[in-house]
Ligand binder design. Structure first.
Ligand code: ADP
Ligand code: ZN
Length: 219
C-alpha cells in the first residue's frame, strides 16, 4: 500500500503518517525528517538543503527526488510525508513506482485553517530521539513532564523553522503549489480530504475510519 500525505506545514501530516505506518505496517518516509538529518550530520546535501529550509522555501526538485530515489528501493508499503510537494515531484514519483510495478493507493489531504496552523506550529515540540519522533503541542498535547517525551524520556526540541515568520512563508509556498498537486491527485481519483481544526486530537481510531470511508467511496 502506498499513501501520500497532503496538507499544509503543521497540518498534522507527520502525526497521521506515524499512525498509518503503525496501523498498516508501512515505512514512513518524511522528506523533512530526512533533510533535517542531513543538516544535523553536516553532509553536502544537508548544507545545500539548509539554505532553503531556513527560509521556508522548497529544496530544489533534483536534490529532493534523488534523495527519495535512494530510499524507496525495496520498501513494500510506504507512507510519504512531505513528498511530493509539486507536480514535477508527483510525476517523478509515479515514474519511480512504475519501474517497481507499484502505484499510489491514496492521497490523504489534511485541510486545516491557516490561523490554526500558525498557532499550533509555534507551540510544536518534537522528541529529539529519531527512533521515536513523537510530536507534542504546548497547548493541545502537553507532555506529562515539561520538555520530556512521555514515550521514551528523551528531551523535546523545537524545530528551527517553527517560528512565525518562517511558518508564514512555508504556508505561502504551500498554497502556491497546493492547487496543482490537489488537482493532480483528484484527476487520478486518489484524493480523500479530511477537515480538521488545530485542537483536534487525531487518534488511530479516526485514521482507521478515514481509510474505511475512502474504501467505501472508491467502490
Ligand atoms: P513542513 O511541512 O511542516 O513545512 P517538513 O518537515 O515537511 O515541514 O519540511 C521542512 C522543510 O524541508 C521544507 O520547508 C522544505 O524546505 C524542505 N522539504 C521537505 N520536503 C520537501 C520536498 N518534497 N521538496 C522540497 N523541499 C522539501
Ligand atoms: Zn520520544
Amino acid at each position: 500500500m502506498i499513501i501520500i500525505m497532503l496538507g499544509a506545514p503543521g497540518s498534522g501530516k507527520g502525526t497521521v503518517a506515524k499512525l498509518l505506518s503503525k496501523t498498516l505496517n508501512l515505512v514512513h518516509i518524511s522528506t523533512g525528517d530526512m533533510f533535517r538529518e542531513e543538516v544535523q550530520n553536516h553532509t553536502e546535501l544537508g548544507m545545500e538543503a539548509q539554505k532553503y529550509m531556513e527560509k521556508g522555501e522548497l529544496v530544489p526538485d533534483e536534490i529532493t527526488i534523488k534523495m527519495i530515489q535512494g530510499r524507496i528501493q525495496n520498501s513494500e508499503g510506504v507512507v510519504f510525508d512531505g513528498f511530493p510537494r509539486n507536480k514535477a515531484q508527483a510525476l517523478a514519483l509515479n515514474e519511480m513506482l512504475e519501474v517497481q510495478n507499484k502505484k499510489i493507493d491514496l492521497a490523504l489531504q489534511l485541510n486545516i485553517p491557516d490561523e490554526d496552523i500558525i498557532y499550533r506550529t509555534v507551540k510544536r515540540r518534537t522528541c529529539s530521539n529519531k527512533e521515536c519522533g513523537a510530536i507534542y503541542n504546548l497547548e493541545y498535547r502537553k507532555p506529562k513532564v515539561d520538555g520530556i517525551c512521555d514515550i521514551c524520556g528523551s528531551p523535546l526540541t523545537k524545530r528551527a523553522d517553527d517560528n512565525e515568520e518562517t511558518i508564514k512563508n512555508r504556508l505561502n509556498v504551500y498554497h502556491s503549489r497546493a492547487e496543482e498537486i490537489l488537482k493532480f491527485f483528484e484527476e487520478e481519483n486518489l484524493l480523500y480530504t479530511v477537515n480538521l481544526r488545530a485542537k483536534d486530537n487525531i487518534t488511530e481510531e479516526m485514521v482507521k475510519n478515514w481509510l474505511e470511508d475512502y474504501k467505501t467511496i472508491k467502490k
